[in-house]
Design a protein around this ligand. Structure first.
Ligand code: FAD
Length: 400
């Protein structure tokens, strides 16, 4: 006799997205329990992505932009398309929308303030231990991103002392007295001309002429003290936007792996989802849409699957990333790691040459066949890419 049919460990983006996807198919016939240590939900991050496909969170979208820019060495290009806008889902709105939907669904229990402490297999079922006690569950999804990222970090340190790249950043919500921002255009990458050992750029989401989220982002192995990113932002606001005095109304920070996260199931049969399943694309850090796709596939599988066997559901578990994208990511990341100083030119020229709609579908992992061809065509000269690559790969490319 089980206490609950489905347990979701972690009520963050992936856990709540899976629960929402299950609810979107009508009242779930199964009982679902979400175990989440936090006691309240706050604005702890800002998800952005290009709206290349429908998703369940239209009512959580807080901003839309049709234009974006890249700047490097005093040059700026602006691109855009009305077909795919760059949209923002702020975390507080996302959590509010999810909680409202789940609140109306008696089959779902969200246990806030409760932490999973262990999971073991008991026959066909699982025994889930939490800070509030133990119970039996037929299926368990692991959506605790932090544990997977810690494991990935440990593996990275073990395998490569110099470290593979991570994308690490601090963002501040800025309010200025004088107009400083262009509210029509997102700054995706404004490269820091001083960076010689790491890729460093600023990312700006403008909400009005006087309000924006400004992030200082690095692609490098090691994070910096928080004050270093904050000093970057103050320097950038002065130099680029002529802003000397500003108010910081909030902040967020993150460290995302720029390599494939090893998938480490908590116990045999536990199904990882979200970042724990490798949802974060190594070359971009975008994960939101990949999380939605996985949630949708799993909800479909659960609707079909009569017996709730982990093996049957697990067949649809993975983050389906086309292998051509995996290969291209690896080549690009090897190149960035070897020659970070060339990366700004690479990104600048790529955005300059590629058809914007094709490029953003490619970045969002939803490319048509012609989009991949378009991105390869638009990639800055092979000479630049080869110069950036480690010798072995570069020689193999030259030989083909
Ligand atoms: C600041 C920031 C900005 C980002 N911006 C973007 C963006 O613009 N676009 C994009 O596509 N992606 C973005 N990402 C990447 C990615 O979309 C997010 O990290 C996303 O939140 C990952 O979802 P997740 O559910 O896997 O992890 P999380 O949302 O982190 O959820 C994990 C949950 O597990 C819970 N948990 C931890 N330990 C336990 C335990 N023992 N028991 C039970 N639960 C536990 C945590 O409390 C948390 O709620 C961003 C990430 C960060 C950090």
């Amino acid at each position: 006799m089980v206490d609950t049919d489905i347990t979701i460990l972690g009520g963050g983006c992936a856990g709540l997205s899976l629960a929402t996807a299950l609810v979107s198919r009508g009242a779930p016939r199964r009982s679902i329990r979400i175990v989440e240590p936090r006691t309240t939900y706050e604005r702890d991050r800002t998800w952005c992505f290009w709206d290349v496909e429908p998703h369940l969170f239209e009512d959580a979208v807080t901003h839309r932009w049709s234009r974006w820019r890249i700047s490097h060495g005093g040059d700026t290009i602006e691109r855009g398309t009305d077909r795919h806008r760059y949209v923002e889902v702020s975390a507080d709105r996302f959590y509010e929308v999810c909680l409202n939907r789940l609140d109306r669904t008696p089959a779902i229990e969200l246990s806030l303030g409760e932490r999973m402490t262990g999971v073991s297999r008991e026959g066909k079922d699982f025994c889930v231990d939490t800070s509030a006690g133990s119970y039996r569950s037929r299926l368990v999804f692991d959506a605790r991103a932090g544990a997977a990222l810690a494991e990935a970090e440990a593996a990275r340190i073990r395998s490569d002392r110099d470290g593979r790249l991570s994308q690490h950043f601090v963002g501040q919500f800025i309010r200025t007295a004088e107009p400083a921002f262009d509210p029509e255009t997102v700054t995706l990458m404004d490269f820091d001309g001083d960076a010689s050992t790491a890729v460093h750029f600023f990312y700006v989401l403008p909400y009005s002429r006087t309000e924006a989220l400004v992030e200082s982002t690095y692609f490098s192995p090691h994070s910096l003290p928080c004050e270093a990113y904050e000093e970057d932002i103050a320097r950038y606001l002065g130099a680029r936007h002529g802003v000397r005095r500003f108010e910081v109304t909030g902040s967020e920070s993150g460290r995302l792996p720029m390599f494939d996260v090893p998938i480490c199931p908590l116990a045999p049969g536990v199904i990882p989802i979200g970042l724990a399943a490798g949802a974060c694309r190594p070359s971009t850090g975008y994960a939101f849409l990949a999380i939605q796709r996985q949630a949708k596939r799993l909800a479909q599988a659960l609707a079909r699957e009569g017996t709730l066997s982990p093996a049957a559901v697990a067949e649809t578990e993975g983050i389906s990333r086309p292998s051509i994208l995996r290969v291209m990511d690896r080549i690009l990341l090897a190149a960035i790691q070897r020659r970070p100083t060339e990366a700004p030119v690479f990104f600048y020229r790529l955005f300059e040459s590629a058809d914007p709609a094709a490029l953003v579908r490619f970045l969002m992992e939803a490319p048509r066949a012609s989009d991949v061809a378009e991105v390869i065509r638009a990639m800055p000269g092979l000479r630049l890419l080869r110069a950036m690559l480690p010798e072995g790969i570069s020689r193999r490319m030259a030989a083909t």
